[in-house]
Design a protein around this ligand. Structure first.
Ligand code: KG4
Ligand code: ZN
Length: 389
């Protein structure tokens, strides 16, 4: 079972081929990040235009990379039997190896989603393949099911997560805890009431003048800062598993104003210029540790309540090393029944698979196919920019 996955919900144009819901054969990603950096955030029109330019070459390369060894084999067979130029006699078509197409149809930027969905619909019709409509956020969770690849530079979990599985989803648009009883059978335990955690990283980075995207910039600056330089509030929510990050972002702004001896009516875009690098590092470290602690607190609480067999983290912020460190330190180690061995229920996927990519979409697409879920209508599949879990 091999699925081509297509992801274009934001600023990454990505395509990948995944086999049997676990083996990554190829992944190719083009990003328009550099074009957005000067504006401090993604400009939807620029993202959509970049998807148009990149989508076909990205898909073609993903297909080529996935089956390059097959092609070589086909070419050499052709060579032996015909004694002629390998190129002219290779009849290998990667599309013959593809069992279906999975595409992100929401949530995301409308213009960006349209390019991926219209491309996938067209390919599904002309190549006669089933089309699977994938929820981007569910897709993020499935990055954790990739356990094998011969592509260089990937550090993957040895085993797929087991059910029940607790998923902490932390990205630029989402902060959620979900409990999966099985594939396609989950409940949302809670989510953010305002900003997503990645959005808070991006906004705090902007306040202190660090480049977009804020997550990796904050993480880097935090390495040389003191995470206890001042105290920041952790939001107390009425619902057990709800999150809030807008108050934390405002608390950072007030702290920066105090450090710069400026009142709240001083233009906030001028504050960064008044901070030195030591102050920036301390702010980054203190913000990061508080934001991460907030999501880890609730993950541990849910872990203790539901006793899942596995815990996974998903989304761009799952690339954050402080999140991984705090979770590994604080998750209790259950003792396995057989053998009394201590095993940690959490495994982390490669950070390249945490941010948006086609591999996670292809992986969930494989499970749609393996579980015989109904395919979408390629003549009518619509985008859903506000799709929720
Ligand atoms: O999942 P993703 O690529 O796109 C969305 O679906 O939103 O996540 C992007 C978010 C951005 O907010 C980015 O700042 C954040 O993930 N991010 C990080 C790190 N790498 C990316 N946040 C914290 N630490 C990181 N290392
Ligand atoms: Zn995402």
């Amino acid at each position: 079972m091999r699925i081509l996955g297509i992801e274009t919900s934001c600023d990454e144009t990505s395509a990948a081929v995944v086999e049997d819901g676990k083996r990554l054969l190829s992944v190719v990603t083009a990003t328009s990040l550099d074009l957005h950096a000067q504006y401090g955030g993604v400009v939807p029109e620029i993202a959509a235009r970049s998807h148009i330019e990149s989508i076909i070459p990205v898909i073609e390369k993903a297909l080529k990379d996935a089956f390059s060894s097959h092609e070589l084999r086909a070419v050499s067979i052709g060579q032996k039997s015909h004694h002629s130029s390998p190129k002219t006699h290779s009849s290998f078509d990667p599309w013959d190896q593809i069992d279906g197409i999975a595409v992100t149809y929401g949530a995301g930027l409308g213009g960006s989603l349209l390019i991926g969905v219209l491309t996938a619909r067209t390919l599904a019709i002309i190549k006669k393949k089933p089309l699977y409509a994938i929820n981007h956020v569910e897709g993020h969770v499935y990055a954790n099911f990739i356990t094998e690849t011969s592509l260089p530079g990937y550090v993957l979990s040895a085993q797929q997560p087991k059910f029940p599985m607790l998923a902490l989803i932390v990205s630029g648009g989402h902060t959620q805890l979900a409990l999966f009883k099985d594939h396609f059978d989950y409940v949302l335990l809670g989510q953010t009431r305002d900003d997503a955690i990645g959005e808070a990283f991006d906004k705090v980075a902007k306040i202190i003048g660090l480049p977009y995207p804020g997550g990796p910039s904050i993480a880097k600056a935090a390495e040389s800062g003191n995470p206890k330089s001042f105290s920041l509030p952790k939001a107390k929510m009425p619902e057990k598993y709800a999150f809030s990050f807008s108050g934390l972002k405002t608390a950072v702004l007030r702290q920066v104003q105090a450090m710069c001896a400026k009142s709240y009516d001083f233009p906030s875009f001028k504050l960064a210029g008044l901070l030195n690098n030591y102050q920036k590092a301390d702010i980054a470290a203190t913000f990061q540790s508080t934001a991460i602690e907030t999501v880890v607190d609730k993950t541990i609480q849910a872990y203790e309540e539901f006793k899942p067999a596995s815990v996974v983290i998903a989304g761009g912020v799952a690339a954050n090393q402080e999140l991984r460190r705090q979770l590994t330190d604080r998750l209790p180690l259950p003792t396995e029944q057989a053998g009394g061995r201590q095993t940690c229920p959490i495994a982390y996927t490669d950070i390249k698979l945490c941010t948006d990519n086609g591999a996670m979409i292809a992986t969930l697409g494989c499970f749609y196919a393996l579980h015989k879920k109904p395919a979408a209508n390629p003549y009518s599949l619509e985008i859903k920019p506000n799709l929720s879990m």
